[in-house]
Design a protein around this ligand. Structure first.
Ligand SMILES: [Fe+2]
Length: 205
């Protein structure tokens, strides 16, 4: 998601991830570090969707706006809330967690790329390895996470339930429907190394 400081930004100014390269955002952006799996997966998704050259151009154009690169999503959210940046990219639930603590914080969320590829989506995944000591128990645990255990992610952390029979918490329903990038998550892994290299070459540390 693109997040913004509601005192400084009209959400109508925000549209796509790539549009954060507009010079109007110079010195106003906070990103998470390139070592974050979220950053790498996000850039890998741009490579998979639009090709390596287009992805490199997006990242290079962002860097021309001299973003602050922070340690993690929490830092980005808190810096935007404090006015240290006007816009940033984070997962949505980090914003909702801060707002749950303090509803007065000037934080807003925009679903980017609604007219193009859709908003980038992360998943929380689980699997059972071949070397597991107790495959049956581990399988039951993973099945629990996908069913009754969904509330761990949904209620406690404001994540969207992947299981359609589980109700999202009210605060998620209030965010409304949005178009999500339907890129197969299996395309991210093979593009991860290229994403890291691209980020390094663009000076995104
Ligand atoms: Fe997270």
């Amino acid at each position: 998601m693109i997040i913004y400081n509601t005192d400084e930004v009209d959400p109508a100014e925000l549209s796509t991830y790539a549009a954060l390269s507009d010079p109007k955002w110079k010195d106003r952006i906070c990103f998470r570090t390139s070592t974050s799996a979220y950053t790498q997966g996000f850039v890998a998704s741009i490579i998979a969707g639009e090709g390596p050259q287009a992805a490199a151009k997006v990242v290079e154009d962002w860097m021309a706006n001299e973003p602050q690169i922070l340690a993690n999503d929490v830092e980005v959210v808190r810096t935007v809330a404090a006015g240290g940046c006007d816009v940033g990219i984070t997962n949505h639930y980090y914003v909702l967690r801060e707002l749950a603590q303090d509803p007065e914080l000037p934080l807003g969320i925009v679903f980017p790329n609604q007219g193009t590829t859709g908003t980038h989506v992360n998943i929380s995944g689980a699997g059972v390895t071949r070397s597991a000591d107790d495959v049956a128990a581990a399988t039951r645990f993973v099945e629990w996470l996908a069913t009754d255990g969904q509330s761990l992610f949904v209620d406690g952390n404001f994540e969207y339930p992947v299981n359609r029979s589980v109700e999202p918490v009210p605060v998620l329903r209030e965010l409304g429907e949005f178009r999500r990038d339907d890129l197969n998550v299996g395309e991210l892994g093979p593009n991860n190394a290229a994403a890291v290299q691209l980020l390094t070459e663009a000076g995104y540390r």
